[in-house]
Design a protein around this ligand. Structure first.
Ligand SMILES: [Zn+2]
Length: 164
C-alpha cells in the first residue's frame, strides 16, 4: 500500500489557507447575531468586540465589498443615516458627545477586515486629548475581546434606544 498521509496534510493546509483568505467576520452569521443591534435591507450596525472606548460601534453594508469606492449611492445614503442613528443611540446609552469616525481602504493604511466598515468611536464631553484616545487603541488591543455577557448587555441597550 502506498503511503498517502502527506497528501492529506497538504490538502488540510491548503483548505486552512483558503479559509483564512476568504473568511469575513462581517459575513459570518454568528458574528452578526452576537454583535449587530440594528439592520435594514442594506446595512448593519454592530458593537465592536474590542472597543477603543465604551460605545465603539461599526456600520457596514450587508453586501461584501472591500472598499469605500465600491459602495453604491443607496448604500452610501443608508450608511450615513445609520451612523446618525448609532450616534443618537450611543449618546443616550453611554452619555457620550464628541465622536471620531474612521474608515480604512487598503492594508497600507491599516485595514485588516476587507469588508467596508465605519468605526464610530464616541467620547464623553471634556475627556482628554486625541493622543490619549490614540493610546486607547493600543490598550484595546492588549485587553482583547469583551465577554459575551458584556456584548449582550450593550447590544440590547443599543437595540432599545436606536431609531428603527
Ligand atoms: Zn464580508
Amino acid at each position: 500500500m502506498r503511503f498517502r498521509f502527506p497528501f492529506f496534510i497538504a490538502f488540510f493546509l491548503f483548505a486552512i489557507t483558503l479559509q483564512a483568505n476568504t473568511y469575513c467576520p462581517f459575513c459570518d452569521s454568528l458574528v452578526l447575531e452576537r454583535q449587530a443591534f440594528y439592520e435594514d435591507d442594506l446595512v448593519y450596525a454592530l458593537y465592536t468586540h474590542m472597543p477603543i472606548t465604551e460605545g465603539h460601534c461599526l456600520v457596514i453594508p450587508k453586501r461584501h465589498v472591500a472598499n469605500f469606492e465600491e459602495l453604491n449611492d443607496q448604500e452610501l445614503q443608508r450608511i450615513g443615516q445609520a451612523i446618525q442613528k448609532v450616534d443618537a443611540a450611543a449618546k443616550k446609552v453611554f452619555s457620550t458627545g464628541p465622536y471620531l469616525l474612521h474608515q480604512k481602504n487598503g492594508k497600507e493604511v491599516g485595514q485588516s477586515v476587507f469588508h467596508v466598515h465605519f468605526h464610530y468611536v464616541p467620547r464623553k464631553i471634556g475627556q482628554s486629548s486625541l493622543m490619549a484616545l490614540l493610546s486607547k487603541v493600543l490598550i484595546a488591543q492588549l485587553k482583547g475581546p469583551i465577554s459575551h455577557q458584556k456584548m449582550k448587555e450593550v447590544t440590547s441597550k443599543l437595540k432599545e434606544n436606536i431609531e428603527k
